[in-house]
Design a protein around this ligand. Structure first.
Ligand code: SF4
Ligand code: SF4
Length: 441
């Protein structure tokens, strides 16, 4: 029988509270999480309407992407990449392409260059699983502690293992497809062609953020820019796998639900990792668009985090820097967000600046890169440790109507994407560790 908190998250009526923090959970003190200008809230800053929410199955989403990728008339990433390497296009030289492939070595294991299917993942998972030594195997008691202690411990472990930041929230069926269900018949999450089932005890979600090295990211859209994008995913996913092993090692269950096709974005927003921005992606007050997420589902009882508000909804109304950076014209220039989706792969139910995923997908396919120009150009990408950037961010959060001016200044100072010819200079830069801007948090 479901307990009170499970009732709260999984009950059908919960849908009308979508975007509001779930009741019946312990919450962490949010005051030390961010600078003073980031508010903690009980509701996400995006309006949602569950009566119109479209819930495509995860299989449908995956198939729609795969169909497009395998369309014989669609130019493949591989073909266009080879053309650009041969033509010596800046950012697409052989070392740039090789750096891209090396950057995604572990995360992409089993996925080929055209993004086709995950064959090797189960084998890789088995090798990683073998590294866990559970309390049962060691003949000791499993770890016990409060939710607050568990969150503090997991956060420390995650940072040690390579995460830039972590966030905690609860599973919410509102954000998941109709083929995802809670089932007391399974002991751990199970994915099959019919759908995804997980046991009621798996109700805690951990968001793991990986940093994107900004100097390479600014070379987007190119292989170099994509190497930065994949580095963020690689960091998030390899850290996630290690963190799963840590949680299993203290005696609890944990699974990677991202690899099952579950989208981490709504959970990232619920866990206060950022707000939805004009690019229809998560923007962090600390890292802007220079972070990527992995997501873990666990039965380890955790204290949760709350959504945040740093004025981004107003800021994005005037900034528009990502829309200007998009080479596919896939992002909205409208001043206000809308309830109307753009293109066939956007789904109704939220008031956002929709992106046209079809245009974005077609561009990434034809350009021979993963693009990421929108994320790499975001005005919030700067670090916080320099006084100027910290003050600028505080102004942006508190007086978001000046965002047009801040975006203009951003351009003036040369932030954002670099011109094509400048990409060549990346190999001559004095890089910090992993190319990450150490002035950021
Ligand atoms: S990834 Fe590139 S093509 Fe896609 S929305 Fe962003 S900038 Fe546009
Ligand atoms: S670049 Fe500007 S408009 Fe786009 S998401 Fe970032 S802050 Fe918003």
């Amino acid at each position: 029988m479901a307990d009170k908190s499970i009732d709260n998250i999984f009950h059908a009526d919960k849908a009308k509270n979508s975007g509001r923090i779930p009741e019946g959970f312990v919450y962490r003190d949010q005051r030390k999480r961010y600078p003073w200008w980031v508010k903690s809230t009980d509701h996400i800053t995006v309006e949602t309407d569950v009566s119109t929410i479209e819930k495509p199955t995860t299989n449908m989403i995956i198939m729609s992407v795969m169909n497009r990728m395998s369309d014989p008339d669609a130019p493949s990433q591989r073909k266009n990449l080879i053309k650009k390497i041969t033509n010596k296009t800046p950012g697409f030289n052989l070392p740039d392409a090789s750096l891209l492939f090396a950057s995604q070595t572990f995360w992409q294991s089993g996925i080929d260059i055209d993004g086709l299917p995950i064959q090797g993942y189960q084998d890789l998972r088995k090798i990683i699983d073998d590294q866990v030594h559970t309390p049962e195997e060691l003949g000791v008691e499993k770890w016990e502690g409060s939710e607050l202690e568990a969150s503090a411990m997991v956060e420390k472990a995650a940072i040690h293992l390579g995460a830039a930041q972590v966030g905690f929230t609860a599973i919410d069926l509102t954000w998941l497809g109709p083929n995802v269900s809670i089932s007391p018949d399974v002991k751990e999450p199970v994915a099959s062609r019919e759908g995804i089932r997980f046991p009621p005890s798996y109700k805690y979600i951990i968001l793991v953020a990986g940093r994107v090295p900004l100097w390479a990211a600014k070379c987007a859209p190119s292989s170099l820019g994509s190497a930065a994008d994949r580095t963020g995913y690689e960091e998030a996913h390899t850290t996630e796998e290690k963190l799963i092993n840590f949680i299993r090692g203290i005696g609890y269950g944990a699974s990677d639900i991202h690899m099952m096709g579950i989208n981490p974005i709504p959970f990232a927003v619920m866990a206060g990792m950022g707000e939805m921005g004009r690019m229809n992606r998560v923007v962090s007050p600390l890292f802007g668009g220079a972070m990527r997420f992995a997501v873990i589902l666990t039965d380890l009882p955790l204290a949760l985090d709350k959504p945040i508000d740093f004025g981004l909804q107003e800021f994005c109304r005037h900034c528009k820097k990502c829309a200007k950076a998009c080479p596919a014209n896939a992002l909205s220039y409208d001043t206000d967000p809308s309830w109307e989706p753009l293109g066939p792969y956007s789904f109704k139910g939220k008031k956002v600046w929709y992106d046209d995923c079809e245009k974005c997908g077609a561009y990434t396919s034809s350009s021979g890169s993963y693009c990421g120009a929108c994320l790499a150009s975001c005005t919030w990408n700067k670090g916080n440790k320099t006084a100027l950037h910290a003050v600028t961010k505080a102004i942006g959060a508190k007086i978001p109507s000046v965002s047009g001016f801040l975006a203009f200044m951003d351009d003036l100072f040369g932030y954002g994407l670099v011109p094509e010819e400048t990409r060549k200079k990346w190999w001559g830069l004095d890089l910090t560790v992993r190319g990450v801007d150490s002035s950021a948090k």
